[in-house]
Design a protein around this ligand. Structure first.
Ligand SMILES: [Zn+2]
Length: 130
């Protein structure tokens, strides 16, 4: 039972990716198990079969042909694949953030470079040109 006791999952309670500890199963729903978030201790009933499928999906190699080319002027959706031409790297948008200047940023998990933050929805204006 020691194997597979922990899974990585996005905890809906504390709203972050956390390690979840398997604490029990239900007889009524054999494909669901109780997991406790190691961050906030919140217990959730998770469908393990579905999670495994999601994990496999997320591991799938990104396709260059399906990825949108990154430009700061565009806006993006979480889960969208993008290609950064300068870096020659493919990435998937994992979340969005507000920048300190009130702008919008995307957090991208790149295949080679790892996690990077990029601006989006940038309005080109002569005033901001260096
Ligand atoms: Zn949590």
């Amino acid at each position: 039972m020691a194997k597979g006791k922990y899974i990585m999952h996005h905890c809906a309670h504390c709203d972050r990716d956390a390690r979840m500890e398997l604490i029990g199963s239900t007889e009524q729903q054999p494909d669901r198990s109780w997991y406790r978030c190691t961050r906030c201790r919140h217990v959730s009933l998770l469908n393990v079969t579905e999670l495994r499928r999601e994990l496999e999906d997320s591991k799938k190699k990104l396709d260059r042909a399906e990825a949108a080319e990154y430009t700061p002027e565009k806006t993006y959706r979480i889960g969208e694949a993008i290609f950064h031409t300068d870096w020659d790297d493919l990435g998937k948008i994992i979340s969005k953030e507000r920048t300190s200047g009130g702008g919008s940023a995307i957090v991208v998990s790149f295949e080679k470079l790892g996690e990077r933050r990029l601006l989006e929805n940038v309005v080109p204006s002569p005033d901001t040109m260096e």
